[in-house]
Design a protein around this ligand. Structure first.
Ligand code: GDP
Ligand code: IMO
Ligand code: MG
Length: 427
């Protein structure tokens, strides 16, 4: 199985880091690749009780011998990149190799400035972004005024591109947002300061990955963000500015769809969301508080509390369809121990009409209320279970029922944050 995609099936933070790490230890992964997003991601890996978080770096960075690739579809903040690399180096861990596409776009300081002021300007309508400059960097890319990694190596070209990028932005910053203008020189100086360190990492990553696949090497594409945060398929406008769905892997890496063998959707046994936007199964009661507390639902990148709710099988089916999932990896089943009955959303009610699939319009989705089925719960601590048969009968039934509703077979189930706290259901 040479090309595997791991992606988020809900609104992010499903445990993609754990799934990626698990795969890199289960089989030899030659390449671990990020294809979209940037340092808005926060992926947790727990090895022998020690916790690591990756943001812009692919999680395979913690696996020596694995080549880590930041693909052309990623937006790269050089400052965040080296901060993250230096923090890992300071922890004295052996790191895998890192290569970066010269075509990846750069997040400059003005992108995060604009991200933050735009959010402030939106007031109660804000998206709740991570403030990392992701949206403005992708906007420049699409607007054809972006700066790419390869531009950092030619001072003259860089100056011209930064000048073009700042022209309209400075009007906006000074006249609309009441901020100071940014000079071309300060941006060029800042970006150029990373050029020497970046240069040896820059490669034609599309060629590299295609050649690796030709040699039958294993390539793991580590998704960031998630299906419901996708700019096309998510809850627009409350989304990120990239394509975290399976299709985005191909454009974000320069690899054709015919080369992908497995597409694994990572999904929690319940649902969480950070930032604004509709969330039909969201809880505002003691159950929500309990999920938040037991699940430790605090963001890895921004430290914000995650909103919590029950499992949404409509979202799961949608993710299966939009991504062509070959399987699902369900995490955090252990968090659900100690409920008498566990509600699962099987459909939505929109103004008295039942919807078994995602409603056509965002207006309907905003108005959707969950139609619940109630499954019997269990009380046992399952974090030590390692085989499906070890799970309490009701936990087994919960997994089987969700598998049936979600449209894709379950590959594995997580019963704790640790690498080993996983039950492989179908190998
Ligand atoms: P990602 O962004 O999809 O990689 O997910 P995050 O790392 O942001 O959030 C997932 C959180 O759940 C992290 O704290 C993980 O350590 C934790 N986690 C992953 N799988 C499991 C699991 O099966 N059980 C429990 N209790 N925690 C898990
Ligand atoms: P991982 O990879 C959860 C959310 C933000 C906000 C919206 C837009 O760890 O699952 P952005 O800064 O991207 O413009 O913010 O997207 N968001 C995430 N939520 N997990 C993530 O990444 C996220 N990355 C972005 O909270 O609602
Ligand atoms: Mg995360």
């Amino acid at each position: 199985m040479p090309a595997i995609v791991v992606l988020g099936a809900q609104w992010g933070d499903e445990g993609k880091g754990k799934a990626t790490d698990l795969l890199t230890t289960q089989q030899s992964i030659d390449f671990c690749v990020r294809t979209s997003g940037g340092h808005n991601a926060g992926h947790t890996i727990v090895v022998d009780g020690e916790k690591f978080a990756t943001h812009l770096l692919p999680s395979g960075i913690l696996t020596p011998g694995c080549t880590n690739v930041i693909g052309n579809g990623v937006v790269v903040s050089p400052e965040a990149l080296f901060r993250e690399l230096d923090a890992l180096t300071a922890r004295d861990v052996s790191l895998g190799e890192l290569v970066i596409s010269g075509n990846a776009h750069v997040i400059a300081s003005y992108h995060s400035t604009i991200d933050k002021v735009t959010e402030r300007f939106l007031g109660k309508n804000k998206i709740g972004t991570t403030g990392r400059g992701i949206g403005p960097a992708y906007a420049d890319k699409i607007n054809r005024v972006g700066i790419r990694v390869a531009d950092l190596f030619d001072e003259k070209i860089l100056g011209e591109k930064v000048e073009a990028a700042l022209e309209v932005k400075n009007h906006l910053l000074t006249k609309v947002y009441n901020r100071r203008a940014i000079t071309v020189e300060e941006v060029v100086e800042d970006l150029r300061s990373y050029a020497d360190r970046l240069a040896p990492m820059v490669r034609d990553t599309s060629l590299l990955l295609n050649q690796a696949l030709d040699r039958d090497e294993t390539v793991l594409f580590e998704g960031a963000q998630a299906t419901m945060l996708d700019v096309d398929h998510g809850t627009y406008p409350f989304v990120t500015s990239s394509s975290p769905v399976a299709g985005g892997v191909c454009t974000g890496a320069g690899v054709g769809p015919t080369r992908i063998d497995r597409v694994i959707g990572v999904i929690k046994a319940y649902t969480t969301r950070v930032g604004s936007g509709p969330f039909p199964t969201e809880l505002f009661d003691a159950d929500g508080e309990k999920l938040w507390k037991v699940g430790g639902e605090v963001g890895v990148s921004t430290g914000r509390d995650r909103r919590c709710g029950w499992y949404d099988a409509v979202v799961a089916r949608y993710a299966t369809r939009v991504n062509g999932l070959t399987e699902l990896f369900m995490t955090k089943l252990d968090v659900l121990s100690s409920w008498e009955r566990v509600p699962v959303c099987v459909a939505y009610d929109v103004d008295g009409v039942r919807h078994d699939e995602m409603p056509l319009t965002q207006t309907e989705f905003h108005a959707a209320t969950p139609v619940y089925e109630y499954l019997d719960g269990w009380w046992e601590d399952i974090s030590g279970c390692r085989r499906f048969e070890d799970l309490p009968k009701n936990a087994q039934r919960y997994v089987k029922a969700l598998e049936e509703m979600s449209g894709a077979p379950f590959w594995a189930v997580g019963v704790g944050p640790g690498r080993d706290q996983t039950i492989v259901v179908n190998d």
